[in-house]
Ligand binder design. Structure first.
Ligand SMILES: [Zn+2]
Length: 343
């Protein structure tokens, strides 16, 4: 089968023929329909995730597919099931790391992998869903949409009428706008550095767009009668974005870090005493919005059926696996939101 392999850190992925190995205890063979491309993969390619020692390895952590075969002990999914492929742990067995054959040698993947036609997946990284669930919704529930909903609801505990500033209008940022809208946040402010995103984020539900490349954030907020914001969620991990927006937290403010700063990077708190203003502000790093797949996916599917959660406008590009490197460049440029690989 064909797979995109991270063969060397900081080099384009190699799309190559990769062999499967027999399923082990708790493993499931999935034929992949769609995979999302996440900013986390750019960090892996850069070696930021401590993954250099595992190279070459397979990639991708959000997708949707059909179960082909199950290994010994697997009980939560069966052949023919449609499954959301997610990186957070859900129900079932945590298997050994899946193994593949690449260039005659055994290589590993993470417990879930999605940049390949087929994947061997740990049972607990799969959640079965009804067959009529849209593929795009399933794929986004593997990471970006579920992380956004979790960050807004479980981590920031956004209350109706609270203001929110979302830094970065990429795949995750776009999902966060939707999640904030669902939670009743108001106003919803989106910040990025590309002028062409202005109309698009407003279509998704943002009330205000700040182009940080040309506008001063505090001045733009004053334009909508805001001196500060209740919730700030950063998806960029960018030192400057975090440093300039932290002092804008309201007295009950929560700052949630989703984008990881580069290893070794220092972020300074200007006039740190402001954190003691009001009721005590908080800064928190989140792991995927504490998403619990087996409990939350069914809830989100109900929300989708009701019409309250639409995802089609979150997807800006679709590519084939052979176009993966061009897609990664596009993601790096900051010009795309969610890009899907269509198998
Ligand atoms: Zn992700």
């Amino acid at each position: 089968m064909k797979a995109a392999v991270l063969d060397q850190i900081n080099k384009p992925l190699v799309v190559a023929e990769v062999g499967l190995t027999p399923l082990r205890h708790g493993q499931v063979l999935v034929k992949i329909l769609l995979s999302g491309i996440c900013g986390a993969q750019l960090q892996e390619i850069g070696g930021y995730k401590g993954n250099a020692k595992f190279v070459p390895h397979l990639m991708g952590h959000e997708g949707v597919g059909i179960v082909q075969e199950i290994g010994e002990g697997v009980s939560f999914v069966k052949p023919g099931d449609k499954v959301v492929m997610h990186w957070r742990k859900g129900q079932g067995i945590e298997s050994d790391f899946p193994r593949y054959i690449y260039n005659g040698k055994e290589i590993q993947s993470g417990k879930v992998t999605t940049f390949s036609e087929y994947a061997i997946v740990s049972e607990n990284r799969l959640t079965a869903v009804p067959h009529d669930t849209p593929d795009e919704l399933c794929a986004l529930l593997g990471c970006s949409l579920s992380t956004a909903l979790g960050a807004v609801n479980a981590e920031a505990r956004v209350q109706p009428g609270e203001s929110i500033l979302i830094i970065g209008a990429g795949g995750l940022g776009a999902n966060l706008i939707k999640a904030a809208k669902l939670a009743g946040a108001s106003p919803i402010i989106s910040l990025d550095i590309h002028e062409h995103k202005r109309d698009w984020v407003k279509g998704l539900g943002a009330d205000l767009y700040i182009n940080a490349a040309t506008e001063d954030v505090a001045t733009a907020l004053a334009g909508v009668q805001l001196r500060d914001v209740d919730v700030i969620i950063d998806t960029s991990g960018a030192k400057r974005a975090i440093e300039t927006t932290l002092p804008l937290l309201s007295g009950k403010g929560r700052f949630i870090l989703l984008g990881q700063p580069k290893p070794g990077e220092t972020i300074e708190l200007t006039n740190a005493v402001h954190l003691f203003g009001g009721e005590g502000k908080s800064i928190k790093a989140t792991q995927g919005g504490r998403f619990e797949p087996h409990e939350e996916i069914p809830r989100y599917l109900t929300l989708h059926k009701s019409g309250a959660l639409q995802v089609e406008d979150l997807i800006t590009h679709r590519v084939k696996l052979d176009g993966i490197n061009e897609a990664l460049d596009l993601l790096r440029s900051g010009k795309a939101a969610r890009i899907l690989i269509d198998f």
